[in-house]
Design a protein around this ligand. Structure first.
Ligand SMILES: C[S@@+](CC[C@H](N)C(=O)[O-])C[C@H]1O[C@@H](n2cnc3c(N)ncnc32)[C@H](O)[C@@H]1O
Length: 268
């Protein structure tokens, strides 16, 4: 049987992104550059040693430390790229993807862009025929997000606007609008205008009182199928004979509200 580990798209080439892991704490995102070396406090490896070999490779540094070389996942990129704001957590992003029904070809509006974490996750799903239009009011965040999206090679699927979303969106007939910004209530009317019928609005909110405000606003616009939820994640300590939830965990990230735009007939 052919070993799929040697599939062409799984081979490290010049310029490939690498996720290098020493242990649970020390992990790096880097690129394979011929003629150069990767250095850490446990020694170095020559990139030429790994170019031409498959991802998943184990290599030994000149100081006898073992490194694992992985193909980076979206979560690896997001953890390592510069942030100018709190980024969305994977658990919340996953739920947003499931409940917005975003698929390749979807047209999505998002605001605020922040560091571009959620933008990148959405863009990764809508490509190659869909598009994410994202609005960010702060220039610093706009610049960071632009760089992060380019670093991920997703710029063809994203339009970033350094614009105040409370002034409205330029796009119409979108499949989904995703909101993660200080005051989502002030953009819900714009989201309503831009969404196609049956299109989904998803709102990420850190507090209960915001959930109530957004729920009230969504009812004003007669959205259907409104639901609100919170996801709790408990990572496990993986130690033989002592497997249990970690002592420290993410206590709270935020709440999510989803709703769908209804069509009430021509006289609406
Ligand atoms: C928590 S961050 C979003 C993080 C983003 N979801 C991510 O995963 O990287 C909220 C962002 O909304 C932006 N923002 C706040 N009000 C805005 C508005 N009216 N229009 C556009 N962006 C806004 C803030 O500047 C901030 O960068």
């Amino acid at each position: 049987m052919k070993d799929s580990s040697f599939a062409e798209d799984n081979i490290i080439v010049e310029g490939s992104d690498l996720f290098i892991v020493l242990d649970q704490r020390k992990k790096w995102l880097t690129k394979a550059v011929s003629g150069k070396q990767f250095h850490c406090h446990k020694g170095f490896i020559d990139y030429d040693e790994i170019i031409g070999k498959p991802y998943g490779l184990r290599v030994t540094t000149n100081k006898s430390a073992t490194l694992s070389i992985y193909k980076p996942l979206p979560s690896d990129y997001l953890a390592k790229l510069p942030h100018s704001s709190q980024i969305i957590y994977s658990k919340d992003a996953g739920m947003i993807l499931m409940n917005t029904g975003v698929v390749p070809g979807s047209k999505v509006i998002e605001t605020g862009t922040g560091s571009g974490a959620l933008t990148s996750i959405l863009a990764n799903y809508v490509r190659n025929t869909g598009h994410v239009f994202t609005y960010e009011i702060r220039e610093e965040a706009f610049n960071t997000a632009t760089k992060n999206i380019e670093r991920l090679g997703l710029e063809s699927y994203v339009t970033i606007k350094n614009q105040d979303a409370s002034l409205g969106f330029d796009e119409t007939d979108v499949d989904a609008v995703v909101l993660d910004l200080g005051d989502p209530c002030e953009v819900i009317s714009h989201a309503y205008t831009s969404l196609k019928y049956s299109g989904i609005i998803a709102v990420f909110l850190p507090t209960y009182n915001q959930v109530e405000k957004v729920y009230t606003k969504l009812r004003e616009f007669h959205f259907g199928e409104i639901k609100a939820l919170e996801l709790i994640e408990r990572e496990m300590q993986l130690k033989v004979n002592a497997i249990r939830p970690n002592t420290r965990m993410i206590g709270h990230t935020g709440f999510l509200i989803f709703a769908r735009k209804l069509y009430y007939g021509e006289e609406e």
